[in-house]
Design a protein around this ligand. Structure first.
Ligand code: SF4
Length: 382
């Protein structure tokens, strides 16, 4: 099916670009919050939503994801207005997932977010070790994070925790002990990311200065294996490379839209979007800087700095790369219907190496293959 397929889902991503402080490992499109007036940016985001509605036409929304940056710096009233506007423009499906990413420092606003309609909160815990939190440049302590986790549990139907492991000097015993404490918390969902050194982030300069050395690939891979084993034993399903849920009801349905190559409106500075109109698939990217974004919205009714029609080859490559991230893999028929073929020779080779499995109409990564997801995707994609 080439046109919009509601089974793949339609969601709305809102990027709030401000953070209380910029973390040294971060390469997202973020800006220091300072004491700025956020009302003009907020109005531009609402206007951008209206522009998107004209492009997508009528369809119901499965999810809203308020990401960033730090969207928990928004007021409860701002969040409520975003939710109401999405519902007015598209209509939210009953039980639609509405997620906000939150910094533990903002726990005092959790009840307001819940009253605004948010039902899922993704808490940026990052570590339970205060020294590591300091190293990561975070403003919260582990005890702040635990209090915020309790507040979130009381307010939302689903709570996810974000952690960063494979930090310099972190050996297997240290990560095992920390992860055991995290698992005892019993969160509904865990997003567990290895620390990566992004070019341009402050950490890249620290590494260049030889202030410290990142973990090598073998040690990182060892920690990944520990992570998969411990979360599995604790009852978490590794439904995606870095994401673990206690039961299907706690999987991120918004992120599932990305992995299924569904459609999403991406509003706010630097937000990416995808949409299908007729038989055409479009990729969009909003202007990065808040000032440029606001100007775009004022002059064009949309924040886009880029909108590109994806040809079938690019679309098929996305379906492979995104589909391989989830445990069940991608449907080969989804690639065929775009007139494309995965590389059967490479698939067979990866199967012999135990990195890929194929069943009926699907190709998926094995647990070993997950460590090499990007390389495998690029090699088997058409
Ligand atoms: S709070 Fe998150 S988005 Fe903001 S700078 Fe830190 S890592 Fe980046």
């Amino acid at each position: 099916m080439r046109g919009f397929n509601p089974d793949r889902g339609f969601g709305v991503y809102v990027h709030w670009p401000y953070c209380a402080r910029i973390c040294p490992y971060c390469d997202f499109n973020v800006y220091a919050a300072k004491a700025r007036d956020t009302a003009p940016l907020f109005d531009a985001i609402l206007a951008d939503l209206g522009g998107w509605r004209e492009r997508t036409g009528a369809r119901r929304a499965d999810s809203i994801f308020l990401g960033g940056g730090t969207p928990s710096l928004m007021t409860g009233e701002q969040v409520a207005r975003v939710v109401a506007e999405v519902d007015r423009l598209w209509g939210l499906k009953p039980g639609a997932e509405i997620t906000i990413e939150a910094n533990p420092d903002d726990a005092a606003r959790f009840a307001d977010f819940a009253a605004a309609g948010v039902n899922r909160l993704s808490l940026g815990l990052q570590s339970l070790d205060d020294e590591r939190l300091k190293f990561l440049g975070r403003t919260h302590s582990s005890s702040d994070a635990l209090k915020a986790f309790d507040a979130a549990g009381a307010a939302f139907r689903s709570v996810s925790l974000d952690l960063i492991y494979a930090q310099p000097g972190q050996d297997a015993a240290a990560w095992q002990a920390e992860l055991a404490r995290v698992l005892e918390l019993g969160a509904d969902h865990l997003s567990l990311y290895e620390l990566t050194i992004e070019p341009g982030a402050a950490f890249a300069f620290a590494v260049k200065r030889k202030d410290w050395a990142p973990l090598d690939d073998d040690r990182s891979a060892g920690l990944y294996e520990i992570t998969q084993a411990m979360t599995g034993e604790a009852g978490y399903d590794a439904y995606e490379i870095s994401n673990h849920a206690r039961g299907a009801q706690h999987q991120s349905s918004h992120n599932r839209i990305y992995w299924a190559s569904g459609d999403w409106a991406g509003v706010g500075p630097g937000a990416h979007g995808r949409f299908t109109t007729g038989e055409e698939r479009w990729a969009t990217e909003a202007a990065d800087r808040p000032g440029d974004y606001m100007e775009q919205v004022t002059s064009n009714g949309l924040g886009w700095a880029m909108a590109e029609k994806l040809d079938d080859l690019a679309h098929a490559r996305e379906r492979v790369a995104m589909g391989l991230r989830v445990a069940e893999g991608f449907r080969v028929g989804d690639v065929h219907e775009l007139g494309q073929m995965p590389d059967a020779t490479r698939v067979a080779e990866f199967m012999r190496e135990g990195l890929v499995s194929a069943s009926e109409d699907r190709i998926a990564l094995t647990p070993e293959g997950r460590l090499l997801a990007d390389r495998i995707a690029s090699e088997i994609a058409p």
